[in-house]
Design a protein around this ligand. Structure first.
Ligand SMILES: Nc1nc2c(c(=O)[nH]1)N[C@@H](CN(C=O)c1ccc(C(=O)N[C@@H](CCC(=O)O)C(=O)O)cc1)CN2
Length: 296
């Protein structure tokens, strides 16, 4: 079997078009323009690229973009003062601090400074708790993007066996919660899981989110399974720089029923869902109905 390729780039373009359409209607009806503030600390090259894309795409869908670049040695007090200012700015509906941050700062503590209603990364404990208890939450962008791709490809996920390899707060844990909500039987696996190959082989849906290049080989994949590869790893091969996922694409594509490529799979969905979350945050802040088709 050769897998169907799930085109995340094309799907993300559709999500952005839906956001743009609903932003235009929101502006026309209410005069409200959703605003997203992105904070970049330091000069990590990949983060600079992501933050630039976030700013460009925010403007393209008709929202306001506020970019804040802080030096790598910024104190935590200065960073928290900026977050406090953004929390109290009515023009800002979404706040995101780009990760990773320099070692002297704590990602967990940074997230706790953000108003949960503006936490478009869905990382605040309030949002994690709301999601875990099945309530309306702000959902982390990458898992939300994976869920949209899965629902589009499979329709109902009900009753399927899913394994999430990786237990990060940003992807693994919220992904597992979303799959449970869609009535999957979910296993969260990680580096200490016993018999990891057998655990993965049982799954109809495999989410690979460990951050280790090509860690999941094709012979771990059940024939016909749907494979969502969240990994974005830069490696050097044959003297060239290459971007690879957490799944060994060349072997997995021969066994899976469908698979996301890297690049062009989950990555573009992350920013598309950030725009969707910003629109959702603006609607919620103003007591308006939820945007259509853009929430979990
Ligand atoms: N606060 C956050 N920080 C980080 C997040 C996040 O969700 N919130 N996720 C990643 C980085 N990221 C967005 O911030 C991101 C990663 C990858 C892509 C993407 O489109 N990737 C392309 C390849 C691009 C390339 O060549 O590097 C693809 O997969 O096709 C978008 C956003 C960590 N930090």
């Amino acid at each position: 079997m050769t897998a169907q390729i799930i085109d995340g780039r094309a799907f993300a373009a559709k999500v952005r078009a839906q956001v743009a359409d609903q932003v235009a209607k929101l502006k026309e009806k209410t005069g409200i323009t959703p605003g997203l503030a992105v904070v970049l600390v330091g000069e990590d090259p990949a983060s600079q690229v992501y933050v630039r894309s976030k700013g460009q795409q925010t403007i393209e869908v008709g929202m306001n973009s506020y970019e804040h670049k802080l030096p790598a040695d910024v104190s935590k007090d200065e960073l928290y003062a900026l977050i406090d200012k953004l929390n109290n700015d009515p023009a800002v509906h979404g706040i995101l601090v780009q990760f990773p941050v320099p070692d002297h700062l704590s990602e967990t503590e940074i997230v706790s400074q953000i108003d949960p209603g503006k936490d478009v990364d869905g990382l605040h404990v309030v949002n994690a708790g709301l999601l875990a208890s099945g309530q309306k939450a702000m959902v982390s962008c990458t898992p939300l993007g994976c869920l949209m791709l899965l629902r589009d490809h499979l329709g109902s996920l009900s009753g399927l066996d899913a394994v999430v390899v990786g237990r990060s707060n940003l992807v693994g844990k919220p992904m597992a919660q979303l799959l449970v909500r869609d009535s999957c039987t979910v296993t969260i696996a990680h580096s200490r899981t016993k018999d990891l190959p057998d655990v993965v082989r049982r799954a109809d849906i495999v989410i690979a989110a460990v951050g280790r290049p090509e860690m999941v080989p094709g012979d771990w994949i059940k024939e016909g399974a749907t494979v969502i590869d969240v990994g974005i790893n830069r490696i050097e091969r044959d003297g060239k720089n290459k971007l690879v996922g957490d799944v060994d694409y060349a072997t997995a594509v021969e066994r899976a029923g469908a698979i996301t490529p890297v690049p062009g799979g989950v990555g573009p969905m992350t920013i598309a869902c950030l725009l969707a979350n910003t629109l959702t945050a603006a609607c919620r802040a103003n007591g308006l109905p939820e945007p259509e088709g853009l929430t979990a």
